[in-house]
Design a protein around this ligand. Structure first.
Ligand code: NDP
Length: 474
């Protein structure tokens, strides 16, 4: 027996005996983390490759959801990103090791299986695939030109953007996501149009009722968008009827949000495992075993039907128990002992308070608010990394700790400032922010680089290092 490895959240993974892992879990939605909790408590010392950019974002679809009201145990609901933080903390508390990067390749052709991540290869006896599903897009005429200029796949991330305030907005789709986003956007837009291709909402009754009762939402039944209009920013949508009942029309909107379902993320095992007719991983009926012994599937990547947070968590549990049985049956498991037997409570993550004249600190590595931004912009000679966030933005949640790590690695030679665009609309507008997260890197009052969305740590670090030492190419 080995002594438990220290948790290497964010870090490189230590390996079990012979450098072969018992179990690698790919994916960090409710399925992946639940599998990790069970496997860690079974002393299997699992690794979770959380994913980062491919296949959506780490934490999965709940990272782009607001209130989750149907996950048991939260009578008043919980924000999707908060729920994922808790699942992650629970998995880590029991000894799960995290690799916060995208798995690059999986090779099931030999045993142990191989998983490539961050330029190295993990070897593992058992594998749980919990890679979830990615949001679909329509690829309308004009969409590429206007992407992030009024068109978005995530209302929850981008809804607070100043350009959407008091404007007419549209959501396409008729499922729970579309209904949730339509209701959410009424907080910001003057009116929301829900464009539904059929004559019925697929969403749950509670969600559908909320939409139908909301006077700020108009449902356009039997309708589909065919073109996005506008030069610099979306200003309309060309619509067509799907039932042949009327001529096309133009809907004047300044925002368009897709909520038209998801495609399972099976790219890493294409050609190695059978898929069903809709592209989902095929498993034994009602069970997590795939066609390759020792490879298990959990969550939305193998579930075309239920696709709920709680069913994904349940299937993650099944996959971990099945993996444990398989490893034990084949005498492959090298278990670890945990010291202490009962782990310490999971640490809480305190929120950064907004800096003001009293609390501002010129050397603080991470501060919040426009006061700190203005002071540092004018007075600091260090590179400044500014992240524009919104309170419900899941990708912001994923990116912020990564940025803090980069700043820690740079040992205070660059400073970070967070701006909440909902609280500080004016500054977001001045900065030309069109969605969250937006990252801007300044040096000597000059905007050096800007990024939209989640980016790799190394890319951001290289850009800061170039600012610090312009002779070194990024
Ligand atoms: P769904 O697959 O449930 O719904 C997709 C919607 O998009 C359907 O109404 C579908 O229309 C429509 N659609 C698909 N393709 C097109 C297209 N090309 N043009 C126009 N419309 C299109 O996906 P969701 O993301 O809404 O939900 C996924 C799962 O997550 C579900 O199980 C849902 O219950 C769950 N969820 C739960 C939430 C919660 O409980 N808080 C929140 C969000 C999601 P049609 O109906 O005609 O096929």
């Amino acid at each position: 027996m080995e002594v438990a490895h220290p948790v290497e959240a964010n870090g490189s993974a230590a390996s079990s005996t012979d450098g072969i892992e018992n179990l690698v879990i790919v994916g960090s939605g409710p399925a992946g983390y639940t599998a990790a909790i069970y496997a860690a408590r079974a002393n299997l010392n699992p690794i979770v490759i959380t994913g980062f950019q491919l296949g959506g974002i780490a934490g999965g679809q709940l990272m782009t959801t607001t209130h989750v009201e149907n996950f048991p145990g939260f009578p008043d609901g919980i924000l999707g990103p908060d729920l994922m933080d808790r699942l992650q903390a629970q998995a880590v508390r029991w000894g799960t090791r995290l690799i916060e990067a995208d798995a690059e390749a999986i090779d099931l052709s030999q045993r142990p299986f191989k998983v490539s991540v961050e330029g190295r290869t993990l070897r593992t006896h058992a594998l749980i695939l919990a890679t979830g599903a990615s949001a679909n897009r329509l690829h309308l005429v004009g969409e590429d030109r206007l992407w992030s200029r009024g068109i978005s796949a995530c209302a929850i991330c981008d809804g607070a953007t100043p350009q959407f305030r008091n404007e007419e907005l549209a959501v396409i789709g008729g499922g729970d996501s579309a209904c949730e986003e339509a209701v959410y956007l009424t907080k910001y837009g003057s009116h929301v149009h829900l464009i539904v291709r059929s004559g019925a909402l697929r969403a749950s009754k509670a969600m559908a009722d909320r939409v139908l009762a909301n006077p700020s939402i108009t449902v356009h039944w039997h309708c589909q968008a065919v073109e996005a209009l506008g030069s610099d920013w979306l200003d309309g949508l060309k619509l067509e009827a799907t039932d042949g009942s009327e001529q096309g029309s133009v809907l004047a909107v300044r925002g368009l949000f897709y909520a038209i379902g998801h495609t399972p993320n099976t790219q890493l095992v294409q050609g190695q495992l059978p898929l069903d007719g809709r592209g989902y991983l095929q498993t034994e009926p009602g069970r997590p075993e795939t066609a390759v012994a020792g490879v298990f599937a959990a969550g939305d990547v193998a579930d075309a039907e239920w696709r709920q947070g709680v069913t994904a968590a349940g299937s993650g549990c099944q996959a971990a128990l099945a993996a444990e049985r398989w490893l034990t049956h084949n005498q492959l498991a090298v278990t670890v002992s945990r010291a202490p037997v009962d782990p310490e409570p999971a640490p809480s993550q305190p929120e950064t308070a907004t800096s003001d004249a009293e609390t501002f600190a010129a050397d603080a590595r991470w501060q919040k608010g426009s006061y700190a931004l203005r002071k540092l912009y004018h007075d600091s000679d260090r590179p400044l990394l500014v992240i524009y966030t919104s309170p419900t933005c899941g990708p912001c949640h994923v990116l912020k700790p990564q940025l803090k790590r980069v700043l820690d690695e740079l040992d205070g030679r660059a400073l970070g400032i967070e701006i909440d665009i909902e609280a500080e609309q004016e500054i977001a507008q001045q900065a030309g922010v069109t969605g969250t997260p937006t990252l801007q890197l300044f040096k000597d009052k000059v905007l050096v680089q800007q990024w939209r969305g989640v980016r790799q740590r190394r890319e951001i670090k290289a850009a800061i290092e170039t600012c610090l030492n312009p002779a070194v190419p990024a």
